[in-house]
Design a protein. Structure first.
Length: 548
């Protein structure tokens, strides 16, 4: 039984014994927070020219009834209800055209940007006003560009918009944004009047974007025992084999021989927005500092494959469903004693990811995810025996629920507010690779990475930011609570840990450079327990990055 394996299984029954990083905790500490969604490219719409204004005056006619024609997507009852106030009135030509304009407004408010209503030639001798609706239908739907092969592939994404169909904003926006989402592609969608009256041509200019984009950086966000100082590199190769596919390569190296290497590939499945992905990563760690004599080390190998699909795709609101099969193989070794521990898990996280832009206050965006995970954990013989004897009972089937909520709110002046709430619920005791942690640069920033780990918990963060050119100073409050064991044994003590901190930071972003520096002070929770020799007051976090 290894040192890290023993601490991971029996640590919760002691008074916050030091939780040395193992393969599972190392994986958890390498996870990155969810990024803010980017804004999609808007569609340029050249709507049909409005009819010329008619000056009031002239002959008036009495409107006894209104007859509508050409309306297929909005029924007579919807349109007639908006026009009923005109019944029995005497109106001149300007007044009659205002009724047609009102029908046009109703259509466009309902999401039909090319629809318009006109008054056909008529005498109205019987008092019946005839209004003809031209709903606006697709003429040509065309992707074009200098790269004919690229344009031909892009045409597949536009196939859901067929000539002769009514032009509807939501579907037009969805199709255009999904095409623009494809890595390595730039689009410029234009909807313009077609050759036939009432038709609109959608012409999407497509060109190749950056074939490769990458970021490199340095930070001190790691665990002190496995290496706080780290360098990283992430490379994306866009559309290497087909329009919209992507190869992702990522690597990380710490000062204490922790390293991560990952390779993944994702591609579009048809033109509906569905994507398939597969990935493989390998992590290796070796503990240093006061644990160097134990010669504790280990590896974590993760293989995954999944699908994602945008249930809703628009400028203001998005909802994506994703399911990813994940296999983890974790090994922890203590060379000083010659012990070897191994465990593996299979899981299927199902995630709903969402975002919504609104005009609340000065405007803002809310985004986040909801993930339900079910899986199975297998332990080797030695770990299985200790798992049963200690009452931890983490092996076998497990389920957990994760919630991640973010809000970015614009305030008066150059101020803004950022809020984050995350949580995890577990049905049983979990392996460290499935746990929830509070400390670190993305958690309660007054505590070290790896502090306050458990099966369930919550974390809340609030930042008040001020934009000063390329600089953004901010003040923050972090607070969280973690339950060490979801199902504690009778001998478990101190099963809950509450942490809190306050601090200030400065972000800088200009051109391709980013910098984030943080000073954080403890406000609740006492001295760190996961790293008793790393009690910095204040705790300092630094992250420098460069994109190209």
């Amino acid at each position: 039984m290894t040192l890290t394996g023993l601490l991971g299984l029996v640590g919760p029954q002691t008074v916050y014994a030091q939780q040395a990083p193992d393969a599972g905790r190392t994986l958890q500490q390498l996870q990155q927070p969810m990024p803010a969604p980017r804004e999609g490219r808007a569609i340029t719409i050249q709507a049909p020219a409005a009819q010329k204004n008619t000056l009031p005056g002239g002959m008036q006619v009495s409107v006894k009834s209104i007859s509508l024609s050409g309306n297929t997507v909005l029924g007579d009852e919807v349109l007639s209800d908006a026009l009923k106030q005109a019944m029995g009135q005497s109106l001149d030509l300007a007044g009659l055209r205002k009724l047609a304009d009102r029908v046009t407004e109703i259509y466009r408010e309902a999401g039909y940007p090319f629809a318009r209503a006109i008054l056909p030639p008529q005498t109205m001798a019987d008092g019946v006003l005839r209004i003809e609706v031209i709903e606006g239908r697709y003429g040509k739907v065309l992707a074009q560009g200098e790269d004919a092969a690229l344009a031909s592939q892009a045409q597949n994404f536009l196939s859901r918009l067929q000539p002769g169909e009514v032009i509807e904003s939501a579907q037009l926006e969805r199709v255009s944004l999904i095409l623009d989402d494809q890595p390595g592609v730039k689009t410029s969608p234009l909807l313009r009047p077609g050759a036939e009256v009432g038709s609109g041509d959608l012409v999407v200019g497509v060109s190749r974007g950056a074939g490769v984009n990458a970021d490199v950086g340095m930070d001190n966000h790691g665990n002190r025992l496995s290496g706080a100082a780290r360098v990283r590199a992430n490379v994306n190769i866009n559309s290497p084999f087909m329009l919209g596919d992507q190869v992702q390569i990522n690597a990380l190296l710490s000062e204490a021989r922790l390293w991560l290497a990952g390779l993944s590939y994702n591609l579009p499945v048809g033109g509906s927005g569905m994507r398939a992905n597969a990935g493989l990563s390998q992590t290796s760690y070796e503990l240093g500092k006061e644990m160097a004599s134990a010669k504790a080390n280990g590896t974590a190998r993760v293989a995954s494959a999944g699908l994602s699909y945008p249930l809703l795709r628009s400028q203001k609101s998005n909802l994506t469903l994703a399911a990813t099969y994940t296999h983890k193989k974790l090994n922890d070794n203590t060379d000083s004693t010659g012990t070897r521990d191994s465990k593996s898990s299979e899981s299927l996280p199902v995630t709903l990811q969402f975002d919504r832009r609104d005009e609340l206050g000065g405007g803002g965006i809310g985004y986040g995810s909801l993930t339900w995970t079910t899986g199975n954990l297998a332990l080797n013989e030695a770990l299985s025996a200790i798992d049963s004897k200690s009452g931890n009972n983490s092996r076998g089937r497990f389920t957990k629920l994760n919630v991640d909520l973010f809000r970015m709110q614009q305030l008066p002046g150059d101020f803004s507010l950022f809020a984050h709430l995350s949580g995890q619920w577990a049905a049983k005791n979990l392996d460290s690779s499935e746990g929830f942690g509070l400390g670190g640069a993305t958690g309660v920033r007054a505590y070290p990475s790896g502090e306050g780990s458990g099966d369930a918990g919550w974390l809340a963060q609030i930042e008040l930011r001020y934009q000063l050119g390329a600089f953004a100073p901010y003040a923050f409050v972090d607070k969280g609570s973690v339950t060490t064991d979801a199902k504690p044994s009778p001998t478990t003590v101190n099963n809950r840990r509450d942490l809190g901190g306050v601090g200030a930071g400065l972000r800088y972003q200009a051109n391709a450079w980013t910098l984030d520096g943080v000073l954080a002070w403890r406000a609740q929770g006492g001295a760190p327990q996961s790293d008793t020799r790393g009690d910095a007051k204040p705790r300092v976090w630094v992250n420098v990055g460069y994109r190209f």
